[in-house]
Design a protein around this ligand. Structure first.
Ligand SMILES: *[C@@H]1O[C@H](CO)[C@@H](O)[C@H](O)[C@H]1NC(C)=O
Ligand SMILES: *[C@@H]1O[C@H](CO)[C@@H](O)[C@H](O)[C@H]1NC(C)=O
Ligand SMILES: *[C@@H]1O[C@H](CO)[C@@H](O)[C@H](O)[C@H]1NC(C)=O
Ligand SMILES: *[C@@H]1O[C@H](CO)[C@@H](O)[C@H](O)[C@H]1NC(C)=O
Ligand SMILES: *[C@@H]1O[C@H](CO)[C@@H](O)[C@H](O)[C@H]1NC(C)=O
Ligand SMILES: *[C@@H]1O[C@H](CO)[C@@H](O)[C@H](O)[C@H]1NC(C)=O
Length: 702
C-alpha cells in the first residue's frame, strides 16, 4: 500500500508540473522526453508527461492504467482486458493472462490488487525490450516540407514478448507474439501493433488477429461521451480494419450498464484468416489522448498526429495538370511554368500518358521531355489507373466469392502487383518520372481466386492486398516519389488525396465553383492539413459546365482566376490547375506570378494548420488563418476575402490563442507598416478590415 501511495504522488507531481507551467502542448514546445521506468510497485510505466500507460509484469502482463496527464489529469481505463486476442487454427488465445475483474464499472484498484485472476490458457509474458521508434520506411524531407521533421519520430519503442501457454498444442508452442508500443515525445500519442512469429518452419498455422487493442474506457473518452480519445488505424477506411466501439459484454452483467469498449480489429463479411509463414504483423493503432471536444483543438491534435507519423504529406509542390501529352505542347507548358515558378507537371488523365508502356519510341520521347523539364527545375509525374475498375489480364482479375465471376477490378495480390511494380519502377528509372497519380488504388474488396501468387483464397485476400498496395507506395516513397492517391494510404507513403470536394462542383459556373470550393475547403481543413489535400481549377472543362465553368480563355476571366489562385495558394492547398497553359497574356501571367511569389515567400507559414476564423456565408467577409506558435518570426497569416459586390468596412474578430501570442500582436496588412494590437482576455484582437467589392487581402501576425 505504501508503495502505491508513493506512486500516486509521482503522478500527482506530473499533473502539478502541467498545471504550474500552464503548458498547452498545442502552443508550448514540450521538451520532456519519453521514459520507461520500473515503479516501486514493480510495474512498468511508459510516460511522456502528457500521457502515461502502466503495465503489470507479475504474475502476467496487462495494461493496468492509461492516464491523460495534460488535459484532465484522469485515468481513461476502467477495467483490465487482454493486450490482444489472436486465433491460431481454431483456438482463440488472449495475449496476457490477466483476467478482467468482475467489477468493471470503474477501476477499483483495491479490488484489483486483492482479487486479480489469471487466465492460464492465454499467451504469457516472457520478456520485454526497449528501443527507439522504428521508421516503417526511410524518408528524407523534400519539396519544401518543414525543416523540423524528425524521422523516425523521437520516443520509446517497447516490445513485449509472449509465449504460448502450457495448454497449447505442440505446434503452437513455436509461436511468439510481440506486442509493440511506441510513445512519442511531445504529443499525447501512442501506437500499438502486433507481430506473430512462427519459428517451426512449417508454415501451416492459420492466423486471425481478433483484436489488436481492447480498451475498457470511462465514458467521456468514448464516442458516447465527449470523444476525448481519438483512435484510428493506419489503413485506408473500408479495407477490413475497424475501430469498433461496442458494449462491454464480457462480464456477467446487463449489457449497457458499463461504459463501452473499444475493439481494434479486422472485420469484414468473412473472417480474415492468413497462413502464418514466418511472421505476420497486424495493422497499427494510433491512440491520441485529446482530452477535449472543442472542434479546433480536436483538429489541431489530429493534424499533429499525421504530421508526425506521415511527415511526407507536408511536401507541397505547386503542380499543373497537363491535358496534352505531345512534345511541343508539353514543352510550351514547361516554359510557362518556369516563367511563373510552378514546380511540377503531371500528365493528366486524358493526356494519353502511359506509364506501363514499353514502346521504345514513346519512352524516348517522354525521357527527352522530362529531361527538358528537369533542365528548368520542374519535376514530372503521370496518371495511371491501377486497381479500382482496372481491367487487366483475366487471370489477374479479382474474383467475387458470391458469384465466382471476376469483379470489375484487378486483384492486387496477383501477378498484377509484380507486373505493375516492375513497369512503374522501370519506367521511372528510364524516363526520370518522379511523381505518380495512382487513381483507384486497391479499395478493400476481397478475391476468391485460389491461383493468385500472393494470397491463398478469399480469407487472406484483403489482408494481402492491403499489404502489397502498402508495399507499392512504400517502395515509391523510399525513392522520393511524390504520390497522389485518392484514398488514405498516408501511413504507407502516399502524399496527397482529394481534399473532400464533390467532383461535380467544378462543373458549376466559375463564381459558384470558387465560392462553394472555398466553403468546402474551410470545412475539410478541420479534418486535413492543407498540404494533404488537393483542390481543382478547371482551366479547361473537367466533367461539364462548358464555357461557364472553365477558366479559359484566362484573359476574359481574370478576376475569377485571381480568386482561385489566391484562395488556394493562400490556404497552402495545391489545386490541380488543369489545362494546357497557365496564362494567355501578360496580364494573366502577372496574376499567376504574383500569387506564386506570395506563396513562395510565405511558404513556411502557409503550409501550417488553419484556424477557422469565419466561414464564407457570402453575406460579408470570410477568413482563415495559418498559425505556427513555434515560429520565431511570423506566427500567423490570415487571408480575408470579400465575395460581395459591395465595399465592406468592418472589424474581424481574430482568435490568436494558437499563435502562442499572449499580450501584444504585431500585425501588418500586405507588408504595410506593423501595428500593435493588445490581445483580449480570450486572446482575440479586433482587426479593422476595409475591402472593396471582390477584394482580397492578407495579414501577417508576429
Ligand atoms: C473496492 O473493492 C474493495 C475490495 O473488493 C471493496 O471492499 C470496496 O467496496 C470497493 N470500493 C468501491 C468504491 O467499489
Ligand atoms: C472484437 O471484434 C471482433 C470482430 O468483430 C470480434 O470477433 C471480437 O469478439 C470482438 N472483441 C470484443 C472484446 O468485443
Ligand atoms: C496537343 O498539342 C499539339 C501541339 O501543340 C497540337 O498539335 C494538338 O492539337 C494538341 N492536342 C489536343 C488534343 O489539343
Ligand atoms: C523487371 O523485370 C525484369 C524481368 O524480370 C527484370 O530484369 C528487372 O530487373 C525488373 N525491374 C525492376 C525495376 O524491378
Ligand atoms: C508582354 O511582355 C513582354 C515582356 O515584358 C513584352 O515584350 C511584350 O510586348 C508584352 N506583350 C504585350 C502583348 O503587351
Ligand atoms: C509593438 O510591440 C512590440 C512588442 O511588444 C514592441 O517591441 C514595439 O516597440 C511596439 N511598437 C509600437 C509602434 O508600439
Amino acid at each position: 500500500m505504501k508503495l502505491l501511495n508513493n506512486w500516486s504522488w509521482l503522478l500527482f507531481f506530473y499533473f502539478l508540473v502541467n498545471i504550474i507551467e500552464g503548458r498547452d502542448w498545442l502552443v508550448d514546445k514540450i521538451t520532456d522526453v519519453t521514459t520507461l521506468t520500473k515503479t516501486p510497485a514493480g510495474t512498468l510505466l511508459l510516460s511522456n508527461t502528457l500521457i502515461s500507460r502502466e503495465f503489470l509484469l507479475e504474475p502476467d502482463f496487462a495494461t493496468i492504467d492509461f492516464r491523460d496527464l495534460h488535459a484532465t489529469d484522469s485515468s481513461l481505463l476502467r477495467c483490465v482486458k487482454p493486450e490482444a486476442v489472436i486465433t491460431l487454427d481454431t483456438i482463440q488465445y488472449a495475449i496476457g493472462g490477466v483476467k478482467p475483474n468482475t467489477q468493471c464499472a470503474y477501476f477499483n484498484r483495491t479490488d484489483f490488487w486483492k482479487n486479480k485472476q489469471l487466465d492460464v490458457k492465454a499467451f504469457h509474458f516472457s520478456t520485454y525490450e526497449v528501443g527507439t521508434p522504428k521508421a516503417p520506411f526511410s524518408y528524407t524531407p523534400k519539396r519544401f516540407a518543414p525543416s523540423d521533421i524528425q524521422w523516425p519520430p523521437k520516443g520509446i519503442h517497447l516490445s513485449v514478448y509472449f509465449k504460448a501457454p502450457y495448454y497449447a498444442p505442440l505446434f503452437h508452442k513455436y509461436v511468439t507474439v510481440v506486442v509493440n508500443y511506441e510513445m512519442y515525445d511531445g504529443i499525447p500519442l501512442l501506437s500499438k501493433w502486433i507481430d506473430v512469429i512462427d519459428t517451426s518452419g512449417r508454415g501451416d498455422i492459420d492466423l486471425s488477429f481478433n483484436s489488436v487493442e481492447i480498451l475498457a474506457v470511462n465514458q467521456p473518452w468514448s464516442p458516447f461521451g465527449h470523444s476525448w480519445l481519438y483512435i484510428e488505424d493506419d489503413q485506408p477506411a473500408g479495407h477490413g480494419t475497424n475501430v469498433l466501439w461496442t458494449n462491454d459484454v464480457e462480464v456477467n452483467t446487463i449489457p449497457g450498464s458499463f461504459p463501452p469498449l473499444v475493439n481494434c480489429t479486422y472485420q469484414t463479411d468473412h473472417p480474415i484468416i492468413v497462413p502464418l509463414v514466418t511472421q505476420l504483423s497486424s495493422f497499427r493503432v494510433h491512440e491520441l489522448v485529446i482530452g477535449s471536444s472543442d472542434v479546433e483543438r480536436v483538429a489541431l491534435s489530429k493534424h499533429r498526429l499525421i504530421r508526425l507519423l506521415a511527415p511526407h504529406t507536408q511536401e507541397n509542390p505547386i503542380f499543373f495538370h497537363m491535358i496534352n501529352g505531345s512534345s511541343p505542347a508539353f514543352r510550351q507548358a514547361i516554359d510557362q511554368m518556369a516563367e511563373v515558378g510552378f514546380e511540377m507537371l503531371i500528365y493528366s488523365f486524358g493526356s494519353g500518358f502511359d506509364m506501363e508502356s514499353s514502346n521504345e519510341k514513346y519512352i524516348e520521347q517522354i525521357t527527352s521531355d522530362i529531361a527538358y523539364a528537369k533542365s528548368k527545375n520542374i519535376e514530372v509525374g503521370g496518371y495511371d489507373l491501377i486497381a479500382l475498375t482496372r481491367e487487366v489480364q483475366p487471370s489477374w482479375m479479382a474474383i467475387d466469392p458470391h458469384t465466382g465471376k471476376p469483379r470489375d477490378s484487378a486483384c492486387f495480390a496477383s501477378g498484377w502487383y509484380d507486373y505493375l511494380l516492375n513497369h512503374t519502377l522501370t519506367f521511372m528509372d528510364r524516363t526520370g518520372l518522379i511523381m505518380v497519380e495512382t487513381d483507384g488504388p486497391y479499395g478493400g474488396y476481397s478475391c476468391a481466386s485460389t491461383t493468385h501468387s500472393h494470397h491463398r483464397n478469399n480469407d487472406d485476400s484483403i489482408y494481402r492486398q492491403n499489404i502489397l498496395q502498402g508495399n507499392f507506395f512504400r517502395t515509391l516513397r523510399e525513392r522520393s516519389v511524390y504520390i497522389n492517391q485518392p484514398d488514405y494510404y498516408f501511413y504507407e507513403g502516399g502524399s496527397k488525396t482529394g481534399m473532400g470536394y464533390n467532383e461535380e462542383q467544378y462543373s458549376l459556373p466559375r463564381w459558384m465553383d470558387i465560392s462553394v470550393s472555398r466553403q468546402g475547403m474551410f470545412d475539410d481543413t478541420y479534418e486535413r492539413i492543407p498540404t494533404i489535400g488537393w483542390m481543382f481549377v478547371p482551366l479547361t472543362v473537367y466533367h461539364g459546365g462548358g464555357a461557364a465553368a472553365q477558366f479559359e480563355p484566362l484573359v476574359a476571366h481574370q478576376i475569377e482566376y485571381e480568386w482561385a489562385l489566391a484562395q488556394y495558394l493562400g490556404a497552402g492547398v495545391a489545386a490541380c490547375y488543369r489545362g494546357y497553359r497557365l496564362y494567355d497574356t501578360n496580364a494573366t501571367k502577372a496574376l499567376v506570378t504574383k500569387w506564386v511569389n506570395f506563396y513562395k515567400k510565405y511558404r513556411p507559414i502557409l503550409i501550417r494548420d488553419i484556424i477557422h476564423v469565419r466561414r464564407a456565408d457570402m453575406q460579408s467577409i470570410d477568413s482563415y488563418m495559418h498559425v505556427d506558435p513555434y515560429s520565431n518570426d511570423i506566427k500567423g497569416l490570415a487571408m480575408v476575402f470579400n465575395p460581395t459586390s459591395n465595399p465592406i468596412d468592418t472589424n474581424l474578430v481574430l482568435p490568436l490563442y494558437y499563435t502562442g501570442l499572449t499580450d501584444v500582436a504585431q500585425v501588418s496588412e500586405q507588408e504595410n507598416p506593423w501595428k500593435n494590437y493588445t490581445l483580449a482576455r480570450d486572446y482575440h484582437i479586433d482587426l479593422p478590415i476595409s475591402l472593396p467589392a471582390l477584394g482580397i487581402t492578407w495579414f501577417l501576425i508576429k
